[in-house]
Unconditional design. Structure first.
Length: 508
C-alpha cells in the first residue's frame, strides 16, 4: 500500500516542495524515514503515532517506510508531520487518495492530534503554488498572504480526516492565537521630535535615509547616538510589495512574529548585542541554515551599538554583504544565498574612556591604538557617512519646543528617493561608476576639491565614489538636480570625519 503526499521543507529562507512517499507493507513492524531526514523529522514517528491514537485511529502494526523525495540536500523539519500522518491514512485506505490530489500539508502534530505552526510557513506555502495548503490556525494569516490558491486551517488531525472524508465542510475562519507584538512595534512608536539639538546628526540621518547610505555615529556616552539610530526607521518609507514579501519570508523562516495582515510593511529594525557570534550575525548553522541578523534586517536597518565591542572578525564578515546585498553560505551538504540588503548604522565612542577630547580623555596612546585596531580600514571605508555627535547644549536639552517630527522628515526622504529612482532606477547608494558620470557629473570646482582630497591621501578609490553618491543625495534633498557642485562635495566631506579626529586625523 502506497501514498504520495505533497509538502515542503525549508532551506535558508526558501521553501522547497517535496513528496512524502509512504509505503505500508509486509515485514517486521518498524518505521523508517529515508531521504536524508534531519533530527526533527526522524522524531516525527513518535509524534505521528501519538496523534493518530489520540484521534481515535489505528497505528499500522506493519513495516512502514517514509521517503522524502526531492533534491539532494538534507531536509525535514517537524512541518512534515501532517503529511506523514495523512500518507499513512491514505496507505491504510482510511481516506481516499483522490481527496488529497490538490492538497498539500504543512504543520506539526501535537501528541493530542492538534495542528501546530512551524517556522517558515510563508516560504513553505509560497513554494506550493499549485496546491491548496492545509496549515495550523495560528499561522493561517501568514499562509493566506502568499498562497497562490487557498490556505485552509484546521485545528486537529481528527477534524482534517472528517473534512477529507466529506463528513463536514472545511472551516472558513478560525480564531488565531497569533501575537504580532515585538520590537518593530516599539521602534515604530519612536519619533524624531524626541531629539533635542544635534542638527548635524539629524541631517546625516536624513541623508542616510534618502540615499540608503551607511552611517557611523561617533561620540561620547550620552550624546544621543542610540536615540538617533533607533529613530531611523521612523523616517523611512513603507516597503513595496516585493520587498515586504521577502522581509516576511525571512522573518517567517526565523520564526519571528508576523503582522496580522500577513505581510511586513514597515522596514525591520535589528539591534544585536555586541556579544553576537559569527553565525548569529551572518546566519548559517550545520543543517537549518537559519538567517542571521544581517538577513533579518534586510530592507530595513541593522544597528550595531557599541561597534568597538563587537568581535573584529564578526565586523569584517559584514564587508561582502554590504557590497553585494546578499550573503553566500556554504556547508558540507548545502549552500544557500540569503538576502542581506540592509542600511547599516553603527555607533561607537571615540576612545575607550568615551570622551575623546584632549584634556578630558584619560586614555593613553597605547589604549587608543588598541581600540583603533578593532576597526579595520576596509570596514570603516564602507561607511558613507561618519558623523561626530557631541553632547547637546543645556539650552537645547531644556528647550520646550520639540524637534522636527519624523513624518515631516520622511516626506523629504520619500521625495529624494523618488527623484533618484526616476532618474537612474535605483537609490543613490547603488549608483555605479558609469551611472555616477551620467547622473552625478561634477562641476569644475567640485572636481578640484575631490582631486585635492585624493592627492593628500584622504580618500581611497572606494571613498571617492561614496563621496560622490552622498553629494548626489545632498543635491537631491536641496532640489538641485543638474549636477554635483562644490558645496555638495564639501558637505559630503564634512560628514566623513575620522574615527578619532582629535588623535588619529581624518581616516577616509
Amino acid at each position: 500500500m502506497f501514498a504520495s503526499i505533497r509538502s515542503a521543507t525549508l532551506l535558508g529562507v526558501q521553501g522547497r516542495p517535496l513528496d512524502v512517499e509512504v509505503h505500508v507493507g509486509v515485514g517486521l513492524p518498524g518505521f523508517t524515514i529515508v531521504g536524508q531526514p534531519d533530527e526533527a523529522c526522524r522524531e516525527s514517528r513518535d509524534r505521528v503515532r501519538a496523534a493518530l491514537l489520540s484521534s481515535g485511529m489505528s497505528w499500522p502494526n506493519r513495516r512502514i517506510t517514509i521517503n522524502l523525495a526531492s533534491s539532494s540536500e538534507r531536509r525535514g523539519g517537524s512541518g512534515l508531520d501532517l503529511a506523514i500522518a495523512v500518507g499513512l491514512l491514505v496507505a491504510q485506505e482510511v481516506i481516499e487518495a483522490s481527496s488529497c490530489v490538490d492538497l498539500a500539508f504543512v504543520a506539526e502534530l501535537g501528541l493530542d492530534g492538534s495542528l501546530r505552526s512551524v517556522p517558515g510557513v510563508v516560504p513553505l506555502v509560497g513554494a506550493l503554488h499549485d496546491r491548496d495548503v492545509v496549515v495550523a490556525p495560528q499561522c493561517v494569516h501568514e499562509a493566506r498572504a502568499v498562497a497562490s490558491r487557498s490556505a485552509r486551517a484546521v485545528s486537529s488531525l481528527g477534524e482534517l480526516v472528517q473534512c477529507l472524508l466529506g463528513h463536514q465542510p472545511w472551516p472558513s475562519d478560525l480564531p488565531s492565537n497569533h501575537d504580532s507584538r515585538g520590537l518593530g512595534a516599539i521602534v515604530s512608536a519612536l519619533d524624531m521630535t524626541d531629539v533635542r539639538g544635534q542638527p548635524a546628526a539629524r541631517g546625516a540621518l536624513e541623508i542616510a535615509a534618502a540615499g540608503n547610505h551607511h552611517l557611523l555615529l561617533i561620540g561620547p556616552p550620552g550624546s544621543g547616538k542610540s536615540m538617533l539610530a533607533q529613530r531611523m526607521v521612523s523616517i523611512l518609507p513603507n516597503l513595496d510589495a516585493n520587498d515586504g514579501l521577502l522581509a516576511t519570508m525571512i522573518h517567517s523562516a526565523a520564526n519571528l512574529p508576523i503582522p496580522d495582515s500577513g505581510l511586513i510593511r514597515r522596514p525591520p529594525f535589528r539591534a544585536p548585542h555586541h556579544s553576537a557570534s559569527m553565525i548569529a550575525m551572518v546566519g548559517g548553522g550545520t543543517a537549518a541554515m537559519r538567517p542571521g541578523e544581517i538577513s533579518l534586517a534586510a530592507y530595513g536597518v541593522l544597528f550595531l551599538d557599541e561597534l568597538g565591542e563587537f568581535i573584529p572578525t564578526v565586523l569584517d564578515a559584514l564587508r561582502q554583504p554590504l557590497e553585494e546585498g546578499v550573503v553566500h553560505l556554504s556547508r558540507a551538504k548545502s549552500a544557500v544565498t540569503l538576502p542581506a540588503k540592509f542600511l547599516l548604522v553603527g555607533a561607537t565612542n571615540p576612545c575607550p574612556c568615551g570622551e575623546g577630547t584632549p584634556g578630558v580623555c584619560i586614555c593613553d596612546d597605547r589604549m587608543r591604538q588598541r581600540y583603533l585596531r578593532r576597526f579595520s580600514g576596509p570596514l570603516l571605508d564602507r561607511f558613507d557617512l561618519r558623523v561626530a555627535v557631541n553632547r547637546p547644549h543645556v539650552d537645547e536639552l531644556l528647550a520646550e519646543e520639540p524637534g522636527e517630527a519624523s513624518h515631516v522628515v520622511a516626506r523629504r526622504v520619500v521625495a529624494a528617493r523618488d527623484i533618484a529612482i526616476a532618474r537612474a532606477g535605483c537609490l543613490n547608494s547603488m549608483l555605479t561608476a558609469d551611472l555616477l558620470d551620467e547622473y552625478a557629473p561634477l562641476t569644475r570646482g567640485a572636481r578640484q576639491l575631490v582631486r585635492a582630497q585624493l592627492e593628500r591621501g584622504q580618500l581611497t578609490g572606494r571613498g571617492y565614489h561614496r563621496i560622490r553618491r552622498v553629494a548626489r543625495t545632498i543635491a537631491d534633498l536641496r532640489g538641485e538636480l543638474d549636477s554635483v557642485d562644490e558645496p555638495h562635495i564639501a558637505a559630503a566631506l564634512a560628514l566623513r570625519v575620522g574615527l578619532l579626529p582629535a588623535f588619529a586625523g581624518n581616516q577616509s
